[in-house]
Design a protein around this ligand. Structure first.
Ligand code: S3P
Length: 180
């Protein structure tokens, strides 16, 4: 079974849109972590934050990571906070997941997210500053979690094709050395 390709990065970097495209190109199953949680819980991510707080969401997210990382050969789109937790990173790696960071610079993310109404962490005054603070806290953690970083500023199909052409087997941490 081939490795899971796990897409991580800041909100708005294109994890879901690029992931869907990539899954089609590579003929693999696609899982979106947030969507998976929403259908399991029967409520939106915003509602989960409202009812159970961020902590309640993170518990559900970790459980979803446990379940989805068992799949083989899938494309998995994380939420923006998923790989900030080492236990989630370890779970992906333990099941042969290769973690890929979709890198998009801060100003571009601020532009893409300026009218967002769905993401609970952004529904606050002074959004540009909120995004900037979160981005600065997180970027080094994304880089640490990721096995590969890809610049994701080009159109979706260009980024997806670039990723599809990569050899992921070399990044699979569970792969056993082949006997010669
Ligand atoms: C979050 C990002 C969201 C979602 C939740 C928390 C975060 O996913 O998981 O709102 O902590 O950055 P997207 O990155 O898909 O928006």
């Amino acid at each position: 079974m081939s490795e899971n390709i796990v897409l991580c990065g800041f909100m708005g970097c294109g994890k879901t849109t690029i992931g869907k495209r990539l899954a089609k190109l590579m003929n693999r199953d696609f899982y979106d972590l947030d969507k998976y949680i929403e259908s399991k819980e029967g409520m939106t991510v915003s509602k989960i934050f409202e009812e159970f707080g961020e902590e309640g969401f993170r518990e559900r997210e970790t459980q979803a990571v446990r379940e989805i990382s068992q799949k083989g050969g899938a494309i998995i789109a994380c939420g923006g906070g998923t790989v900030l937790f080492q236990k989630n990173v370890e779970e992906f790696h333990a099941h042969g997941g290769v973690i890929l960071l979709l890198y998009v610079p801060l100003v571009m993310l601020q532009e893409r997210l300026k009218n967002d109404k769905k993401r609970p962490l952004l529904q606050k005054p002074n959004r540009r500053q909120v995004i900037s603070d979160l981005y600065k806290q997180r970027i080094s953690q994304y880089r640490l979690a990721a096995d590969i970083t890809v610049r994701a500023t080009a159109p979706i199909w260009v980024v997806a094709e670039k990723i599809a052409a990569m050899d992921f087997t070399v990044y699979n941490k569970t792969e056993q050395p082949k006997k010669t």
